[in-house]
Every structure is written in structure tokens, then in C-alpha cells.
Design a protein around this ligand. Structure first.
Ligand code: C2O
Ligand code: CU
Length: 465
């Protein structure tokens, strides 16, 4: 079988470069011993080189932001400095973090105004691949480039690989001049599948490529930083296993066929380059109209005569075991609304509101019939209580549901437990039950990670302790 692999078409023309002036704000000098993490404007060459660099917002003015790499159990300290014209916060996605450091405006901290600062200081309790991103006006700030990776290394040094590659995948909506399309949070995206772009990058590069040797073993740390694109990924000339999802090791490495990676999800792969010397291997995005190359691995020479043996599982992180499911506290979460959802009304500001009036206020979705941020938590849990949430997606769209501060497992119909995750993809009309140990005190968001959807009403929270 031969597969036609092509580059995603980019319908940009050569247009004169119009440099946008960067904005400067007066900011206090930072505290000497804590490294800063500055949200700022910048430029990135996202599009092919014949097109101009794209004005972005990024941490340190870059896309992606600086890679933060620590060992498990180490402390992460960053003085966040906001040099943007909007208030912002940093959320450390998937980290079982101290609630005060979770970066959720109005729930765990006040949004940091332009010119303001905030000290993020926390311990990374679990090894794995994580990421950080803006959590204010996320539909705009994430789409402009405010994200980066946080890698927490295994205490034992991790699996044996020749090379460790971070691959932060993003999906941009660019104009013909390679500018970020300013249609942030557009109602059409809110009510449909979210902001889907037209240009995919890895680590901010439109053409990501590396050289490898035949039978070289790589750890690929994939993360989906897109607002809304659900990636279906395949490999050609690379063979291997999934060893961790959303940072948490799988009990056993799973042979990789195709990988579903929803917004905010991560996957750690261990793969061997099996393509012939002198040929290319690919990571491809499988889409309705074909397979598109998103990364190229040039196989140059050979590292060893044959593949290494299958990897052993990564050491598990110190999470409390999930037991006592029969006596768990239970909640139900109905996901409603959106285009073709048939929703007539939902509660806003304490009263039933007609869908037309909701739309005027930017709301098109509801959780359990409520479209604005609920005054009461979905669950009020005692510390260490076990919780089960039955989620029913009654909409005509897939959603990537993210719980802050905890990892959960999916409970199968037969009671079997799925892998630990922090973000779960629910297909249209799909139901899934998740269970977790509520061992991290605080108020935690539970929302769709397509920010157009959460802004449009898909947001609730739980209280622990
Ligand atoms: Cu990655 Cu509430 O977000
Ligand atoms: Cu959604």
C-alpha cells in the first residue's frame, strides 16, 4: 500500500511585509533570584520562508514559550510578568498543583493586569510531559501563541532512548499575509467545532524535520496545543509504542497504530526509526482529504543493526490508588447546546433564558441546563473522597473535557478502568464515566478545552476539602 503524503496546502500569497509595532509597558524590575516568564508580543516564522514572520503573543515573545524542564519533586518558580495589552494568567496544565498556583482567573487568582506580575511557585509531583498556557481570554490568548512545555523528568532518569524530542503541535488560522486571523471567539466557531485553523506547526515551525539514524530509538513527547483541532496521527517509517498519556505512564507500553490527540492532550511515544537508510520517515496528520506530513525524520546512516527490544513501562507516578468505586460520590454532567443541538434555553444569572438572548451574550452551550459559571460546584467533596462523574455529550460536536488538579480514569461499562488522564475526548452523543480520588484541596475547573466552547458555556467546577 502506498500512501500519498503531501504538505498541507497553504493558500498564502507573497505579500509585502507589514511589521506590527510591538507594545511596551512599564514593568517593575523582577526579583533577582526568580527567573521571569514574560508574556509579550513577538514574531515567529510560522509560515513558509517566502511569507513574512507572524506577529504573535508568546512567553518571552516566542512560540512556543521557553521549555521548562525539572526533575520530579522539584520546585518550579517563575515570576510571571505581563507585558501584553490584556490581563492574563498562566495555567500549568495537568500538574497536580497547589490550588493557588492553578492560574484560573476569579477562581484561584485575580487575572494579572497589563504591567502586573505574579509569582508562580509550586512543586511538580509527577514525571511526564505537561504544558502551560494562558487561562484568560483563552480563545484569543492561546490562539495567539501563549503556551509552552513543562517536562518533568523521571527521578530514575527515564527510559533508555537515543534522543528525546518535544513536539508541541499547534493549528493556526492564518490570513494570506500570514497574520493570525483576528476572528477570535467568533460565534460561528463557538457554536460549531471551535477555532479550526489552516496551518499546522510543530514547535512553531511549519516544516519540522530532524535527522535520525536507522534503528535509532526516540522518545517523542507530543502535545496538542491547538484550540480545537482534534489530531489523528499516524507514523510512516517509525514504529513503536505509546508509553504515557497526559503525562501519566501506561501500565504497559501499547503498540502504536494511530493516535487520537485532542486539544490539550499529550502522548509520550517510544519509537524506532525503521525506514531504509537514505529515506524519510514521517509523522502524519490523517484527515478527511488525505495524510499530511507534519514532521519529517530523515534517516541518515544507521545507529545499530537491528531494533532494540520492546521498552519496559515507565515508573508510575505517586498517585493515590483508585479504590472504593462502589461507594463513590456521584454526579451527572449533561453537555448540551451548540449548533444542531436543539437547545431552547438555559439558566443564566439564575433565570431561564431563551437561546436567542443567550447567543446575544455569547453563550450557546450549557452544563446541566446552566450556561453561565455555576454559583455552586458540581461536586463538593471531602478530601480523599472518591468521585464518579457520568458525562453525557448530548451535542452534535466532540469535546475535550479537562479536570484541573487531578487525573482521572474512565470507568468502562464492565467496571474496568482506563489509563490516567487529565483530558478526555467525548465524541458527539458519547457518554463516559470518569472516576478520581479527590486528594487535592481547592476549587477546580472542569471544562471543555476548546476555549470557544468553554467561553460559550461549557465550564463548571468542583470543590475539594
Ligand atoms: Cu489547559 Cu483549564 O486548561
Ligand atoms: Cu467543546
Amino acid at each position: 500500500m502506498t500512501m500519498r503524503i503531501s504538505r498541507r496546502a497553504f493558500n498564502g500569497g507573497l505579500v509585502g511585509l507589514a511589521a506590527a509595532g510591538s507594545t511596551a509597558f512599564g514593568v517593575e524590575p523582577a526579583c533577582a533570584d526568580v527567573p521571569t516568564l514574560e508574556a509579550n508580543t513577538g514574531f515567529a516564522q510560522l509560515a513558509p520562508p517566502e511569507l513574512p514572520a507572524t506577529p504573535i503573543w508568546g512567553y518571552e515573545g516566542q512560540v512556543p514559550g521557553p521549555l521548562i524542564r525539572v526533575r520530579r519533586g522539584e520546585r518550579v518558580r517563575r515570576r510571571f510578568v505581563n507585558r501584553l495589552p490584556q490581563a492574563s494568567t498562566v495555567h500549568w496544565h495537568g500538574i497536580r498543583i497547589d490550588n493557588a498556583m492553578d492560574g484560573v482567573p476569579d477562581l484561584t487568582q485575580a487575572a494579572v493586569p497589563p504591567g502586573g506580575t505574579f509569582l508562580y511557585d509550586f512543586v511538580a509531583p509527577d514525571a511526564g510531559t505537561y504544558w502551560y498556557h494562558s487561562h484568560n481570554r483563552t480563545w484569543e490568548q492561546l490562539a495567539r501563541g501563549l503556551y509552552g512545555a513543562l517536562i518533568v523528568e523521571e527521578a530514575d532518569g527515564g527510559p533508555e532512548v537515543d534522543r528525546d524530542e518535544l513536539m508541541l503541535i499547534d493549528d493556526w488560522r492564518l490570513t494570506q499575509e500570514a497574520r493570525i486571523d483576528p476572528s477570535f471567539g467568533a460565534m460561528g466557531d463557538r457554536s460549531h467545532g471551535g477555532r479550526i485553523g489552516n496551518w499546522v506547526t510543530i514547535n512553531g515551525a511549519g516544516e519540522w524535520r530532524v535527522e535520525v539514524g536507522r534503528h535509532e530509538r526516540l522518545r517523542l513527547r507530543l502535545a496538542n496545543a491547538a484550540n480545537a483541532r482534534i489530531l489523528v496521527l499516524g507514523l510512516h517509517g517509525l514504529e513503536g509504542w505509546v508509553v504515557a498519556l497526559d503525562g501519566q505512564p501506561l501500565a504497559a507500553p501499547e503498540p502504536l497504530e494511530r493516535l487520537l490527540l485532542a486539544p490539550a492532550q499529550r502522548a509520550d511515544l517510544i519509537v524506532d526509526a525503521t525506514a531504509e537508510e537514505g529515506s524519510d520517515a514521517f509523522l502524519v496528520s490523517l484527515e478527511r482529504d488525505g495524510a499530511f506530513t507534519i514532521a519529517t525524520f530523515r534517516v541518515n546512516g544507521s545507529i545499530r543493526p537491528r531494533r532494540l527490544a520492546a521498552p519496559t513501562p515507565l515508573a508510575p507516578n505517586p498517585l493515590a490508588p483508585l479504590r472504593g468505586l462502589a461507594d463513590a460520590r456521584r454526579a451527572r454532567l449533561l453537555m448540551q447546546g451548540g449548533a444542531m443541538g436543539g437547545m431552547q434555553s438555559a439558566v443564566m444569572g439564575g433565570r431561564e433564558t431563551d437561546i436567542r438572548d443567550m447567543v446575544a451574550l455569547g453563550k450557546v452551550w450549557a452544563f446541566n441546563g446552566v450556561a453561565d459559571f455555576a454559583a455552586h460546584p458540581l461536586l463538593d467533596l471531602a478530601i480523599d473522597e472518591v468521585a464518579r462523574i457520568a458525562i453525557v455529550n448530548q451535542t452534535a460536536w466532540p469535546h475535550a473535557m479537562h479536570l484541573h488538579g487531578h487525573h482521572f480514569r474512565r470507568v468502562g461499562e464492565d467496571g474496568t478502568l482506563g489509563p490516567l488522564r487529565d483530558t478526555l475526548l467525548l465524541d458527539r452523543q458519547e457518554a463516559a464515566e470518569i472516576a478520581f480520588v479527590a486528594d487535592n484541596p481547592g476549587d477546580w475547573l472542569l471544562h471543555c478545552h476548546m476555549p470557544e466552547h468553554s467561553a460559550g458555556g461549557m465550564e463548571t467546577w468542583i470543590r475539594v476539602g
